[in-house]
Design a protein around this ligand. Sequence first.
Ligand code: NAD
Ligand code: UFG
Length: 337
Amino acid sequence: MGPILLTGGAGYIGSHTGVELLNAGHDIVVFDNFSNSHPEVLDRVEQITGKSVHLVRGDIRHQAELEAAITTYNCQAVIHFACLKAVGESMERPLEYYENNVLGTLQVLQAMRATGVNTLLFSSSATVYGVPQYLPLKETHPLSATNPYARSKLIIEDILRDLHRANPEWRIGILRYFNPVGAHESGLIGEDPLGVPNNLMPFIAQVAVGRRNTLQIWGRDYPTPDGTGIRDYLHVVDLAIGHLRALQHLDTPQCLSLNLGTGTGYSVLEIVHAFEKSSGKTIPYEFAPRRTGDVASCYADPSLALAVLGWKAERTLERMCEDTWRWQHHNIHGYRS
Ligand code: NAD
Ligand code: UFG
């Protein structure tokens, strides 16, 4: 296969996927506006792999920039990561979220159509299942959205299904990620949120490294064994390898939705204790009221991805914590360290 365009390829999941693609012999073109990432990440990807990364600074809302990138490098497939992803911010700034995520994706699809590229992996999310009606979540679970970020993902999924109905020759993989955490084992790349982290693992890592004082645990009265929320955390390198497998599978026309998760849920307290063990640091925490919109438990049934792709998340919670810690304490202020 020719070069692959990674929109948002400088971000957390895109950079780890880039490493796996390069290691598997693919050429990659990163298309990013660096609104939530740092160009340094691409030097690190090159350092890890010993291969070079093509970079196009551009915005997915501009179709002409996308078309130029695809034709300049003769890209044969697109992995579309670029997105605004903060749930709380999406409730305050819905129009920005719909413009960046939905309008941006329409430009990606139109640029693909104009250049004759019809192989696409799309970063969706477990958030499209809304409030779980049963667990573990299967791909056939009803879809719904409880905030603009989630709704932007659901709208895009619907657009992709419509596109495939109208043009069945398209090869589309909709990947519904659960909770990606961890970092590359080199400690050179990892998650580097701007400002206060919204997500649990980067917050814990910043407490461990002394950037923040105390973790707030949102809710201790959920109907779970220890009262804290349960999620399906998966190692970002396993997730990246899932993209490689999915791309290999898109050798025939289809529109397939797949869960990428481990199938195992851990509570907030279990994550805190696992991180303390891996890092040797104490994580001070206090309980706070539930965060609006959070569900008690959410975890995947990942059996379809195993059956279809032969993919299974292999890395343990211990590995997720060790790798997060290695990244964070070698890069206390992330790529700006
Ligand atoms: P990230 O913010 O680290 O990466 C997204 C990248 O897209 C960034 O480099 C950003 O600069 C770029 N970008 C944003 N808007 C752009 C635009 N208009 N034009 C060009 N580039 C733009 O996020 P991530 O965690 O790597 O997430 C990647 C994808 O996975 C997103 O679509 C996200 O919704 C999805 N996802 C993430 C999680 C998670 O917990 N991290 C969970 C489920 C789904
Ligand atoms: N939590 C805390 N304190 C914090 C941060 C999080 O207690 O400072 C708790 C949350 O209440 C939740 C758990 O930790 O119980 C995980 O929260 P995250 O914010 O890390 O993850 P979410 O499951 O809420 O959401 C993430 C992404 C979404 C994505 C979803 C898919 O942020 O974009 O996973 O399952 F849609």
